[in-house]
Every structure is written in structure tokens, then in C-alpha cells.
Design a protein around this ligand. Structure first.
Ligand SMILES: [Ca+2]
Length: 281
């Protein structure tokens, strides 16, 4: 081995170790990253009751205001804003939207209803008592789900992001990226703020995630796999009219509303025949 070969070999060894160390550091950093987010806990629950739900309602948003549901339904030509009696399912007010609007989530903040639209880039506002229009605000992204904490509206757009904005102006306050131990948790849809956490449906997933609004970490899941099939009192044959399975007709889990008085949660889905009242354990 001549001098040059020796030098090259020594350099290669240093280079090899350097790469090895770098690789090890990358692995360590990935391990640390992974271990900082613990797997979410499974949240057990009991079913308290079930109530009738309009099977023509493509539910996009659900919230309780003064003992009644405020519900937003989607699809072009079928979008609406409703007041619905919880126990009977009777629709006491049904305001239809313009047929070019595809309505999405809904929430009530300081007696003002905020109703999202999907790709219309508008958020509609109404007086909660009579649904009188209070105007609309531009929204640059898609609108999927909406809820609020004590100061901000919280909006999802189908990604892993939650946008905290000022009510009335939509001025941005912060954006939280939602993740679990495997990475970004996307498809965030209808939302509900409950006791300091955000509960979210994920589009086309049979569970609800419980999110820490500060870290964005998913800390718990409510598993609702095959929930409708297992618990419905109704013949579900109608779901097959629009497709061969409930999923093809779009009848996925969507809709979370918190009943503060009894600390129960109402859950439903698009075109579902029932709203279920559950209590987390
Ligand atoms: Ca909700």
C-alpha cells in the first residue's frame, strides 16, 4: 500500500465513521421524536340512548345550543341550516342554502352562528334565534369542521391543521398541526371542543380523535367501528340506494355535539337514521 492508498483508506475510514455517526444521530433523533408522542389511549364509553335523525341530512356540523341541535347539512342543492329537537328529531327550522353552496361545519359563538362552506371560500354568519343573516366572510382554504374555545373559532380544512381565528374577523391567531405517534393526522372533519380538548371526526375513519389543543397530539381515540351497523334500530337498506355500501353513499361518521349539563356526547353520521348519546368513561 503506497502513501496515497494509505491516506485514501484512512480518509475512507474516517468518512465511514463520520457517516455512521450521522446515521446513528439521525436514528436517535427519529427515536426521540417518536417517543415524545405516546400512543393515544382507547377511551371506553357507554351508549345512553338513541334518537331519530333525518336520513336526508348529510350532516356536516352538529352542536347543542340552549337544549336544541344546530345542524348544518351539505351537498349542492341540499345544503341547509337547521334547528332540531334532540329527542324527537323534529326539525323546527330549516333554512335552505343557495344551490351553489356546499355547506360544512357549524358552531355558535356569542349567539352568532358560523357556518362553513366547502370550496365556496365563504363563512356565513347568522343570528342564532332567527337565522337572520349577519353577512359572510371570505375564507381562503376549504371549510370542513368548526368549533370554538372561550376566545377563538377553531376550523379544520380536511388536512392535519386546526386554525384558531378571531370570531367576527377570522383574523388568524395560531395554527396547530395534529399528530400521533405515526405522524400527521389528516382528514380532520367535524369538531367539538369539550373540557379543554378538541374532539374530531376523521373523514372515512370509524373513530373520533381527542386532541390536546396546545401540542396538537392525539391523546385518545373513541373507537366506533361498525357502530351504526351494530346499534341501529332501523333498516339500513336505504344507504345502498346511492351505492353498494354505506361508505359509497357517503354515509360516514360525522357529527359531535356536547351536552354540558349531563356531560354526554351526541354522535351521528351523514344520512344516519339515528343520533346516539354516549358517555365517556
Ligand atoms: Ca360539533
Amino acid at each position: 500500500m503506497n502513501k496515497l492508498q494509505t491516506l485514501l483508506t484512512a480518509t475512507s475510514v474516517v468518512f465511514f465513521f463520520a457517516c455512521g455517526n450521522q446515521q446513528q444521530e439521525t436514528q436517535d433523533s427519529a427515536e426521540n421524536e417518536k417517543t415524545t408522542i405516546e400512543a393515544p389511549v382507547n377511551i371506553p364509553f357507554t351508549i345512553i340512548n338513541s334518537y331519530p335523525h333525518d336520513t336526508a341530512a348529510f350532516t356536516q356540523g352538529l352542536e347543542i345550543y340552549k337544549g336544541v341541535f344546530i345542524e348544518s347539512t351539505g351537498l349542492f342543492g341540499r345544503s341547509s341550516l337547521r334547528k332540531v329537537d334532540i329527542k324527537s328529531g323534529r326539525i323546527s327550522k330549516n333554512q335552505k342554502m343557495d344551490s351553489v353552496i356546499f355547506a360544512e361545519g357549524v358552531t355558535v359563538f356569542n349567539d352568532t352562528i358560523y357556518q362553513l362552506s366547502w370550496e365556496n371560500h365563504l363563512i356565513f354568519m347568522y343570528e342564532v334565534n332567527n337565522f337572520k343573516s349577519l353577512g359572510k366572510l371570505p375564507w381562503s382554504g376549504e371549510g370542513w369542521g368548526i368549533t370554538h374555545d372561550s376566545i377563538s373559532l377553531i376550523i379544520s380544512e380536511g388536512s392535519d391543521k386546526l386554525y384558531f381565528v378571531e370570531p367576527g374577523t377570522l383574523k388568524p391567531r395560531k395554527v396547530v398541526s395534529v399528530k400521533d405517534q405515526f405522524g400527521a393526522v389528516n382528514n380532520l372533519n367535524e369538531l367539538e371542543y369539550i373540557d379543554g380538548f378538541i374532539y374530531a371526526n376523521r373523514w372515512q375513519y370509524d373513530y373520533i380523535v381527542k386532541i390536546d389543543p396546545n401540542s396538537g397530539f392525539v391523546v385518545g381515540t373513541i373507537n366506533l367501528q361498525d357502530f351504526l351497523q351494530r346499534n341501529s334500530k332501523t333498516d339500513l337498506g336505504y344507504l345502498k340506494k346511492a351505492g353498494s355500501t354505506a361508505e359509497q353513499s357517503g354515509a360516514v361518521l360525522n357529527g359531535i355535539a356536547y351536552n354540558k349539563n349531563d356531560k354526554t356526547i351526541f354522535i351521528t353520521g351523514k344520512l344516519w337514521p339515528e343520533v346516539f348519546e354516549i358517555k365517556l368513561q
